[in-house]
Design a protein around this ligand. Structure first.
Ligand code: ZN
Ligand code: ZN
Length: 427
Protein backbone atom coordinates (compact mmCIF):
# COMPACT_ATOMS: atom_id res chain seq x y z
CA UNK A 1 0.00 0.00 0.00
CA UNK A 2 1.21 3.46 -0.80
CA UNK A 3 0.32 6.99 0.33
CA UNK A 4 1.05 10.01 -1.88
CA UNK A 5 0.79 13.56 -0.58
CA UNK A 6 -0.70 15.65 -3.36
CA UNK A 7 -1.44 18.79 -1.37
CA UNK A 8 -1.59 20.26 2.17
CA UNK A 9 2.04 19.14 2.41
CA UNK A 10 3.67 21.63 4.80
CA UNK A 11 0.93 24.08 3.91
CA UNK A 12 -2.74 24.73 4.71
CA UNK A 13 -4.90 24.34 1.61
CA UNK A 14 -5.53 21.90 -1.27
CA UNK A 15 -5.77 18.84 1.00
CA UNK A 16 -5.37 15.59 -0.95
CA UNK A 17 -3.83 12.25 0.04
CA UNK A 18 -3.89 9.31 -2.37
CA UNK A 19 -4.08 5.75 -1.04
CA UNK A 20 -3.16 3.01 -3.50
CA UNK A 21 -3.70 -0.66 -2.69
CA UNK A 22 -3.11 -3.63 -4.98
CA UNK A 23 -6.62 -3.26 -6.31
CA UNK A 24 -7.74 0.33 -5.99
CA UNK A 25 -7.02 4.02 -5.68
CA UNK A 26 -8.78 6.25 -3.17
CA UNK A 27 -8.13 9.92 -2.50
CA UNK A 28 -8.86 11.51 0.87
CA UNK A 29 -10.09 15.06 0.17
CA UNK A 30 -9.43 17.10 -2.94
CA UNK A 31 -9.31 20.74 -1.96
CA UNK A 32 -8.25 24.17 -3.15
CA UNK A 33 -5.73 26.61 -1.82
CA UNK A 34 -7.69 29.83 -2.08
CA UNK A 35 -4.91 32.16 -0.95
CA UNK A 36 -2.42 31.04 -3.61
CA UNK A 37 -3.27 31.71 -7.26
CA UNK A 38 -0.30 29.70 -8.54
CA UNK A 39 -0.80 26.59 -6.44
CA UNK A 40 -4.55 26.34 -6.13
CA UNK A 41 -5.03 22.64 -6.87
CA UNK A 42 -3.53 19.38 -5.64
CA UNK A 43 -0.67 17.95 -7.68
CA UNK A 44 -2.51 14.99 -9.11
CA UNK A 45 -0.57 13.02 -11.69
CA UNK A 46 -2.92 13.66 -14.58
CA UNK A 47 -3.37 10.10 -15.93
CA UNK A 48 -4.71 9.06 -12.53
CA UNK A 49 -7.83 11.16 -13.14
CA UNK A 50 -9.10 8.40 -15.36
CA UNK A 51 -8.58 5.52 -13.01
CA UNK A 52 -9.26 6.87 -9.56
CA UNK A 53 -11.89 4.64 -7.91
CA UNK A 54 -13.15 6.77 -5.04
CA UNK A 55 -12.79 10.05 -3.18
CA UNK A 56 -13.57 10.23 0.52
CA UNK A 57 -14.31 13.77 1.63
CA UNK A 58 -13.72 14.59 5.32
CA UNK A 59 -15.78 17.82 5.34
CA UNK A 60 -17.20 20.62 3.25
CA UNK A 61 -14.58 23.36 3.67
CA UNK A 62 -13.15 24.35 0.30
CA UNK A 63 -9.56 23.60 1.28
CA UNK A 64 -10.79 19.97 1.38
CA UNK A 65 -13.56 19.90 -1.24
CA UNK A 66 -12.87 22.78 -3.63
CA UNK A 67 -11.20 20.83 -6.45
CA UNK A 68 -13.34 17.66 -6.30
CA UNK A 69 -15.15 18.31 -9.62
CA UNK A 70 -11.79 18.27 -11.44
CA UNK A 71 -11.68 14.53 -10.70
CA UNK A 72 -14.61 14.18 -13.09
CA UNK A 73 -12.79 15.59 -16.11
CA UNK A 74 -11.96 12.06 -17.20
CA UNK A 75 -13.56 9.63 -14.82
CA UNK A 76 -16.44 8.87 -12.51
CA UNK A 77 -15.03 8.01 -9.07
CA UNK A 78 -17.48 7.46 -6.27
CA UNK A 79 -17.51 10.28 -3.69
CA UNK A 80 -18.31 9.41 -0.10
CA UNK A 81 -18.90 12.06 2.55
CA UNK A 82 -21.17 12.62 5.52
CA UNK A 83 -24.79 13.23 4.43
CA UNK A 84 -24.74 16.70 6.03
CA UNK A 85 -21.68 17.70 4.00
CA UNK A 86 -23.44 17.11 0.67
CA UNK A 87 -25.66 20.24 0.59
CA UNK A 88 -22.89 22.38 2.10
CA UNK A 89 -20.40 21.27 -0.55
CA UNK A 90 -22.97 21.95 -3.23
CA UNK A 91 -23.50 25.48 -1.94
CA UNK A 92 -19.78 26.26 -1.58
CA UNK A 93 -18.84 24.87 -5.00
CA UNK A 94 -21.64 26.78 -6.71
CA UNK A 95 -20.36 29.92 -5.03
CA UNK A 96 -16.81 29.09 -6.21
CA UNK A 97 -18.02 28.87 -9.80
CA UNK A 98 -19.72 32.25 -9.46
CA UNK A 99 -16.64 33.92 -7.98
CA UNK A 100 -14.34 32.36 -10.59
CA UNK A 101 -16.62 33.59 -13.37
CA UNK A 102 -16.54 37.15 -12.08
CA UNK A 103 -12.77 37.12 -11.36
CA UNK A 104 -12.00 35.19 -14.55
CA UNK A 105 -9.95 32.63 -12.63
CA UNK A 106 -9.61 28.94 -13.50
CA UNK A 107 -12.42 26.75 -12.25
CA UNK A 108 -14.02 23.39 -12.97
CA UNK A 109 -17.00 23.35 -15.33
CA UNK A 110 -20.63 22.84 -14.57
CA UNK A 111 -20.89 19.36 -16.18
CA UNK A 112 -18.02 18.15 -13.97
CA UNK A 113 -19.75 19.58 -10.91
CA UNK A 114 -23.01 17.87 -11.88
CA UNK A 115 -21.27 14.57 -12.52
CA UNK A 116 -19.67 14.85 -9.11
CA UNK A 117 -23.04 15.34 -7.40
CA UNK A 118 -24.46 12.36 -9.27
CA UNK A 119 -21.67 10.15 -7.96
CA UNK A 120 -21.82 11.40 -4.35
CA UNK A 121 -23.22 9.22 -1.57
CA UNK A 122 -23.87 10.31 2.00
CA UNK A 123 -22.56 8.50 5.06
CA UNK A 124 -23.45 8.55 8.79
CA UNK A 125 -21.05 8.60 11.72
CA UNK A 126 -20.09 5.20 13.07
CA UNK A 127 -21.26 3.18 10.06
CA UNK A 128 -18.90 1.40 7.68
CA UNK A 129 -19.03 1.84 3.89
CA UNK A 130 -17.22 0.25 0.97
CA UNK A 131 -15.33 2.94 -0.88
CA UNK A 132 -13.93 0.25 -3.21
CA UNK A 133 -13.83 -3.56 -3.19
CA UNK A 134 -10.87 -3.58 -0.78
CA UNK A 135 -11.10 -0.23 1.05
CA UNK A 136 -13.83 0.41 3.60
CA UNK A 137 -14.29 3.63 5.55
CA UNK A 138 -15.98 4.62 8.80
CA UNK A 139 -16.57 8.34 9.49
CA UNK A 140 -16.32 9.54 13.11
CA UNK A 141 -17.49 12.92 14.40
CA UNK A 142 -14.56 15.36 14.10
CA UNK A 143 -16.17 18.15 16.21
CA UNK A 144 -15.07 20.68 13.56
CA UNK A 145 -18.11 21.73 11.51
CA UNK A 146 -21.44 20.08 10.65
CA UNK A 147 -20.76 16.69 9.05
CA UNK A 148 -16.97 16.86 9.53
CA UNK A 149 -15.43 13.42 9.87
CA UNK A 150 -12.26 11.73 10.98
CA UNK A 151 -12.06 8.92 8.43
CA UNK A 152 -11.04 5.48 9.64
CA UNK A 153 -10.12 3.36 6.61
CA UNK A 154 -9.50 -0.40 6.50
CA UNK A 155 -7.41 -1.81 3.68
CA UNK A 156 -5.37 -5.00 3.37
CA UNK A 157 -5.93 -5.75 7.04
CA UNK A 158 -4.57 -2.38 8.20
CA UNK A 159 -6.24 0.67 9.74
CA UNK A 160 -5.36 4.02 8.23
CA UNK A 161 -6.82 7.08 9.94
CA UNK A 162 -7.18 10.37 8.08
CA UNK A 163 -7.91 13.10 10.63
CA UNK A 164 -9.21 15.83 8.32
CA UNK A 165 -9.76 18.92 10.51
CA UNK A 166 -10.84 18.17 14.06
CA UNK A 167 -11.37 19.74 17.47
CA UNK A 168 -11.18 17.83 20.73
CA UNK A 169 -12.81 20.46 22.93
CA UNK A 170 -16.60 21.06 23.06
CA UNK A 171 -17.95 24.22 21.41
CA UNK A 172 -21.47 25.70 21.60
CA UNK A 173 -22.54 23.57 18.61
CA UNK A 174 -20.47 20.41 18.67
CA UNK A 175 -19.08 17.90 21.09
CA UNK A 176 -15.34 17.30 20.93
CA UNK A 177 -14.09 14.78 18.36
CA UNK A 178 -14.76 11.06 18.68
CA UNK A 179 -11.10 10.03 18.56
CA UNK A 180 -10.16 6.63 17.13
CA UNK A 181 -8.04 4.03 18.93
CA UNK A 182 -5.31 1.84 17.50
CA UNK A 183 -4.43 3.07 14.04
CA UNK A 184 -1.61 1.50 12.06
CA UNK A 185 -1.03 4.69 10.12
CA UNK A 186 -2.31 8.16 11.00
CA UNK A 187 -2.46 11.23 8.76
CA UNK A 188 -2.97 14.17 11.09
CA UNK A 189 -3.56 17.89 10.61
CA UNK A 190 -1.20 20.32 12.34
CA UNK A 191 -2.81 23.74 11.87
CA UNK A 192 -2.00 24.58 15.51
CA UNK A 193 0.93 22.18 15.96
CA UNK A 194 2.85 24.78 17.94
CA UNK A 195 0.34 26.25 20.39
CA UNK A 196 -2.74 25.89 22.52
CA UNK A 197 -5.88 27.95 22.30
CA UNK A 198 -6.98 30.00 25.31
CA UNK A 199 -9.48 28.14 27.53
CA UNK A 200 -12.87 28.36 25.81
CA UNK A 201 -14.85 29.70 28.78
CA UNK A 202 -12.34 32.47 29.44
CA UNK A 203 -12.29 33.40 25.75
CA UNK A 204 -16.10 33.57 25.58
CA UNK A 205 -16.21 35.81 28.66
CA UNK A 206 -13.58 38.17 27.25
CA UNK A 207 -15.37 38.28 23.90
CA UNK A 208 -18.74 39.09 25.47
CA UNK A 209 -17.18 41.73 27.73
CA UNK A 210 -15.55 43.35 24.71
CA UNK A 211 -18.85 43.44 22.77
CA UNK A 212 -20.75 44.89 25.74
CA UNK A 213 -18.01 47.47 26.22
CA UNK A 214 -18.67 48.76 22.71
CA UNK A 215 -22.48 48.62 22.67
CA UNK A 216 -22.84 50.11 26.20
CA UNK A 217 -20.83 53.02 24.86
CA UNK A 218 -23.27 53.56 21.98
CA UNK A 219 -21.19 51.83 19.27
CA UNK A 220 -21.89 48.81 17.07
CA UNK A 221 -19.80 45.71 16.45
CA UNK A 222 -19.19 44.00 13.11
CA UNK A 223 -18.19 40.35 13.38
CA UNK A 224 -16.94 39.17 9.97
CA UNK A 225 -17.51 35.40 10.18
CA UNK A 226 -17.07 32.33 7.99
CA UNK A 227 -20.37 31.10 6.62
CA UNK A 228 -19.96 27.50 7.69
CA UNK A 229 -19.79 26.86 11.40
CA UNK A 230 -18.36 30.04 12.84
CA UNK A 231 -21.45 32.21 12.18
CA UNK A 232 -23.77 29.63 13.76
CA UNK A 233 -21.42 29.13 16.70
CA UNK A 234 -21.04 32.85 17.45
CA UNK A 235 -24.77 33.59 17.23
CA UNK A 236 -25.56 30.66 19.53
CA UNK A 237 -22.98 31.98 21.98
CA UNK A 238 -24.43 35.52 21.91
CA UNK A 239 -27.90 34.06 22.48
CA UNK A 240 -26.72 31.85 25.36
CA UNK A 241 -25.19 34.92 27.04
CA UNK A 242 -28.44 36.84 26.55
CA UNK A 243 -26.88 39.76 24.74
CA UNK A 244 -29.45 42.57 24.92
CA UNK A 245 -28.83 44.53 21.72
CA UNK A 246 -30.17 43.57 18.26
CA UNK A 247 -28.03 40.94 16.52
CA UNK A 248 -28.17 40.58 12.72
CA UNK A 249 -27.04 37.77 10.42
CA UNK A 250 -26.19 38.44 6.78
CA UNK A 251 -24.50 36.71 3.85
CA UNK A 252 -24.11 33.13 2.68
CA UNK A 253 -24.32 31.96 6.28
CA UNK A 254 -28.12 32.19 6.01
CA UNK A 255 -28.25 29.35 3.48
CA UNK A 256 -25.75 27.35 5.53
CA UNK A 257 -27.85 27.88 8.65
CA UNK A 258 -30.86 26.39 6.85
CA UNK A 259 -28.75 23.25 6.32
CA UNK A 260 -27.67 23.16 9.97
CA UNK A 261 -31.34 23.32 10.96
CA UNK A 262 -31.95 20.15 8.94
CA UNK A 263 -29.58 18.04 11.06
CA UNK A 264 -30.72 18.29 14.70
CA UNK A 265 -29.07 14.98 15.66
CA UNK A 266 -25.63 16.36 14.80
CA UNK A 267 -25.76 19.32 17.15
CA UNK A 268 -24.92 19.28 20.85
CA UNK A 269 -27.99 21.26 21.89
CA UNK A 270 -30.41 21.63 19.00
CA UNK A 271 -33.07 23.44 21.02
CA UNK A 272 -30.63 26.16 22.01
CA UNK A 273 -29.41 26.42 18.41
CA UNK A 274 -32.95 26.60 17.03
CA UNK A 275 -33.93 29.29 19.53
CA UNK A 276 -30.79 31.26 18.74
CA UNK A 277 -31.62 31.18 15.03
CA UNK A 278 -35.15 32.36 15.78
CA UNK A 279 -33.79 35.12 17.99
CA UNK A 280 -31.25 36.56 15.56
CA UNK A 281 -32.50 39.04 12.91
CA UNK A 282 -32.03 37.61 9.42
CA UNK A 283 -31.21 40.20 6.77
CA UNK A 284 -33.31 38.93 3.90
CA UNK A 285 -33.62 42.04 1.73
CA UNK A 286 -30.87 44.58 0.94
CA UNK A 287 -32.81 47.66 2.20
CA UNK A 288 -32.68 46.20 5.73
CA UNK A 289 -28.93 46.84 5.67
CA UNK A 290 -29.53 50.59 5.85
CA UNK A 291 -31.07 50.32 9.29
CA UNK A 292 -28.73 48.06 11.24
CA UNK A 293 -26.63 50.92 12.58
CA UNK A 294 -29.59 53.02 13.77
CA UNK A 295 -28.93 51.85 17.32
CA UNK A 296 -26.12 49.92 19.04
CA UNK A 297 -26.09 46.50 17.41
CA UNK A 298 -24.04 43.45 16.45
CA UNK A 299 -23.76 42.29 12.81
CA UNK A 300 -22.51 38.81 12.03
CA UNK A 301 -21.71 38.75 8.33
CA UNK A 302 -19.70 36.89 5.70
CA UNK A 303 -16.99 36.92 4.47
CA UNK A 304 -14.81 35.98 7.43
CA UNK A 305 -11.72 37.67 5.99
CA UNK A 306 -13.62 40.55 4.33
CA UNK A 307 -12.77 39.22 0.88
CA UNK A 308 -16.39 39.64 -0.32
CA UNK A 309 -19.99 39.38 0.82
CA UNK A 310 -22.04 42.01 2.68
CA UNK A 311 -19.31 42.41 5.34
CA UNK A 312 -17.47 44.56 2.78
CA UNK A 313 -20.27 47.08 2.84
CA UNK A 314 -20.70 46.96 6.62
CA UNK A 315 -17.03 47.64 7.29
CA UNK A 316 -17.32 50.85 5.27
CA UNK A 317 -20.61 51.92 6.87
CA UNK A 318 -19.51 51.22 10.44
CA UNK A 319 -16.68 53.75 10.12
CA UNK A 320 -19.35 56.46 10.40
CA UNK A 321 -20.70 55.07 13.66
CA UNK A 322 -18.82 56.52 16.63
CA UNK A 323 -17.01 54.20 19.05
CA UNK A 324 -17.57 51.12 16.90
CA UNK A 325 -15.56 47.95 16.47
CA UNK A 326 -14.68 45.09 14.12
CA UNK A 327 -13.87 41.84 15.93
CA UNK A 328 -12.47 38.90 13.98
CA UNK A 329 -13.14 35.43 15.34
CA UNK A 330 -11.14 33.40 12.83
CA UNK A 331 -7.60 33.24 11.55
CA UNK A 332 -6.82 36.02 9.02
CA UNK A 333 -4.66 34.69 6.19
CA UNK A 334 -1.79 37.04 5.23
CA UNK A 335 -2.68 39.03 2.13
CA UNK A 336 -6.42 39.19 2.82
CA UNK A 337 -8.28 42.47 3.49
CA UNK A 338 -9.07 41.14 6.98
CA UNK A 339 -5.42 40.70 7.86
CA UNK A 340 -4.64 44.19 6.59
CA UNK A 341 -7.44 45.74 8.62
CA UNK A 342 -6.23 43.92 11.72
CA UNK A 343 -2.61 44.96 11.30
CA UNK A 344 -2.85 48.40 9.68
CA UNK A 345 -6.39 49.59 10.33
CA UNK A 346 -6.87 50.11 6.61
CA UNK A 347 -9.49 48.43 4.46
CA UNK A 348 -8.26 47.85 0.91
CA UNK A 349 -9.81 45.97 -1.98
CA UNK A 350 -9.64 46.47 -5.72
CA UNK A 351 -12.44 49.02 -5.48
CA UNK A 352 -12.10 50.49 -1.99
CA UNK A 353 -9.35 52.10 0.03
CA UNK A 354 -10.51 53.29 3.43
CA UNK A 355 -8.84 54.53 6.57
CA UNK A 356 -10.25 52.68 9.60
CA UNK A 357 -8.14 54.22 12.34
CA UNK A 358 -11.29 55.23 14.25
CA UNK A 359 -12.37 51.61 14.69
CA UNK A 360 -11.50 49.27 17.52
CA UNK A 361 -10.17 46.23 15.62
CA UNK A 362 -9.35 43.01 17.48
CA UNK A 363 -8.98 39.29 17.01
CA UNK A 364 -10.40 36.53 19.23
CA UNK A 365 -9.01 33.03 18.78
CA UNK A 366 -12.21 30.98 18.29
CA UNK A 367 -10.61 28.15 16.38
CA UNK A 368 -12.45 25.04 15.16
CA UNK A 369 -9.15 23.14 15.17
CA UNK A 370 -7.44 21.20 17.91
CA UNK A 371 -4.68 23.09 19.69
CA UNK A 372 -1.37 21.43 20.52
CA UNK A 373 -2.89 19.52 23.45
CA UNK A 374 -5.72 18.14 21.33
CA UNK A 375 -3.33 17.04 18.59
CA UNK A 376 -1.19 15.22 21.18
CA UNK A 377 -4.31 13.58 22.62
CA UNK A 378 -5.29 12.26 19.19
CA UNK A 379 -1.77 10.93 18.59
CA UNK A 380 -1.61 9.18 21.96
CA UNK A 381 -5.00 7.58 21.58
CA UNK A 382 -4.43 6.36 18.02
CA UNK A 383 -0.86 5.24 18.94
CA UNK A 384 0.05 4.59 15.29
CA UNK A 385 3.16 2.82 13.97
CA UNK A 386 3.63 5.62 11.48
CA UNK A 387 2.42 9.23 11.45
CA UNK A 388 2.19 11.65 8.56
CA UNK A 389 1.74 15.27 9.59
CA UNK A 390 0.05 17.57 7.07
CA UNK A 391 -2.34 20.58 6.85
CA UNK A 392 -0.07 22.99 8.72
CA UNK A 393 2.66 25.47 7.89
CA UNK A 394 6.18 24.04 7.71
CA UNK A 395 7.08 24.89 11.30
CA UNK A 396 3.85 23.51 12.80
CA UNK A 397 4.19 20.25 10.86
CA UNK A 398 7.80 19.82 11.91
CA UNK A 399 7.07 20.48 15.60
CA UNK A 400 4.26 17.96 15.71
CA UNK A 401 6.36 15.43 13.79
CA UNK A 402 9.19 15.79 16.31
CA UNK A 403 6.79 15.42 19.21
CA UNK A 404 5.31 12.22 17.75
CA UNK A 405 8.72 10.75 17.07
CA UNK A 406 10.05 11.66 20.53
CA UNK A 407 7.00 10.89 22.67
CA UNK A 408 5.48 7.95 20.84
CA UNK A 409 8.65 6.48 19.39
CA UNK A 410 6.90 5.87 16.07
CA UNK A 411 7.96 6.66 12.54
CA UNK A 412 6.94 10.25 11.90
CA UNK A 413 7.06 12.26 8.69
CA UNK A 414 6.04 15.72 7.52
CA UNK A 415 5.75 14.88 3.81
CA UNK A 416 6.74 17.33 1.13
CA UNK A 417 4.51 17.89 -1.88
CA UNK A 418 4.39 14.84 -4.13
CA UNK A 419 6.20 12.50 -1.74
CA UNK A 420 5.17 8.82 -1.69
CA UNK A 421 5.48 6.33 1.16
CA UNK A 422 5.19 2.54 1.03
CA UNK A 423 3.28 1.68 4.20
CA UNK A 424 4.77 -1.82 4.42
CA UNK A 425 8.13 -0.24 5.20
CA UNK A 426 6.79 1.12 8.50
CA UNK A 427 4.13 -1.33 9.72
ZN1 ZN B 1 -12.06 22.68 7.92
ZN1 ZN C 1 -8.77 22.48 6.53
Amino acid sequence: MQLSFLGAAREVGRSAVLLETNKSKVVFDYGMKMSDEENREPQFPLPVHGFLDAAVLSHAHLDHSGALPFLFQAGEPQVLTHTASVPIVQLLLQDSMKIAASNKTRCFRKPQFKRMLRNTDGMSYGKTYHATSDVSVTPRDAGHILGAAIVEAEAEGRTIVYSGDFKTEDTCLHKGADLPKNADALIIEATYGDRDHPPRKQLEDEFLEAIKGVTDNGGSVLLPCFAVGRTQEIITMLYAHKLDVPVYMDGMSRAVTEIYLDFPELLKDYEQFYNAMKWVNWIVAPPQRNDVFNEPSVIVSTAGMLSGGPAVRYVQDIRDVDRSAVFFTGFQVPGTPGRQLLEEKRFETERVSADCSGLDVRHFDFSAHAGKDGLHKMLKKASPSVVFVNHGEEEQCELLRQWAEGELGCYAFAPKLGEKYKLEDYL
